[in-house]
Design a protein around this ligand. Structure first.
Ligand code: IPD
Length: 281
């Protein structure tokens, strides 16, 4: 059944009335309009009515086609739904990644949909809503952006690297101190630059495209990471835990890079920031 599913079809299909307009039109239109903004785990962890609308639309469309499948989705999780990845086919959804950007009309926002079976990530779709770039990756079949094959950078030297990260929602003094000190360590190691763009999924797509050499973060969730992990792996990159061990999708920590050498250098430089686990909240 999944074999007949086109990634493009998933990312851009009908509006609520069933008209054949891309769903992401909803996000582009809402970007410049007034929004009702609420906070979740912190004053910097934002949600709008559009996050809920898009999440409900995606889930209802998918449920029509795949009634037995399970869902893990950002706003459902924020309302108390459990995030447990079982062996069942599971869609892992971030309806708007970069909600803070979206609230401020900063045009770096995406929809991210990953799919796992038997706890293995099978494919991922990330749509850059304002630039209309569709990133797709399917296990064993490569990664693409609007049809162009993606390839990570082959950089192994941290002193020649452009590194991406995101701040994460916690802003207490101890967390901020660790966040800034991690950035400082990479700058001391003479990384060319450290960038924060406000959307972890799009930062990870830049990594998959070879436009950056590494990404790390504490505090990102399984819905930020699921689709991007497939895309990066299929672009030839590596996605691991900040300890240097295998990725644990539920652990809220990640290092991704074009090469294993680069990933290990970043992992060794980092101090851990504890965000708990998605499947224990
Ligand atoms: C967040 C963004 C942000 C990152 C957070 C994510 P959201 O996703 O990707 O850049 O720092 O960790 O949770 O809340 O905008 O979907």
């Amino acid at each position: 059944q999944i074999d007949s599913l086109e990634c493009d079809d998933l990312a851009a299909r009908s509006t609520p009335g069933g008209e054949s307009q891309p769903k992401t039109w909803i996000i582009r239109k809402a970007l410049t309009e007034e929004k009702r903004v609420s906070t979740k785990t912190s004053a910097a962890d934002l949600v709008t009515e559009t996050d809920h609308l898009v999440e409900d639309l995606i889930i209802s469309e998918l449920r029509k086609r795949f009634p037995s499948h399970r869902f893990i989705a950002e706003e459902a999780a924020a309302s108390g739904a459990k995030c447990v990845l079982t062996h069942s086919p599971t869609w892992i959804i971030d309806p708007i990644d970069g909600t803070c950007n979206f609230v401020h009309r900063f045009p770096t926002v995406a929809v991210s949909i990953g799919f796992a079976v038997h706890q293995e990530l099978e494919f991922g779709v990330i749509y850059h809503c304002t630039e209309e770039r569709l990133y797709t990756g399917r296990r064993g079949r490569g990664a693409f952006c609007n049809g162009q094959r993606l390839r990570v950078s082959g950089e192994t030297d941290l002193s020649k690297a452009l590194v991406l990260t995101e701040i994460g929602p916690k802003r207490d003094p101890a967390t901020l101190k660790l966040f800034l000190s991690n950035m400082e360590r990479l700058l001391h190691a003479k990384a060319h630059g450290v960038r924060v763009i406000g959307s972890s999924t799009l930062a990870l797509c830049h990594l998959a495209s070879g436009a950056a050499d590494a990404y790390y973060q504490f505090g990102l969730h399984c819905w930020d990471l699921a689709a991007a992990t497939v895309i990066i792996r299929e672009a030839g990159g590596i996605v691991i835990d900040t300890s240097g061990g295998p990725l644990d999708l539920m652990s809220c920590r990640v290092v991704a890079a074009g090469t294993r050498e680069m990933a290990m250098l970043i992992a060794q430089a980092l101090q851990t920031i504890n965000y708990g686990r998605d499947d224990e909240k």
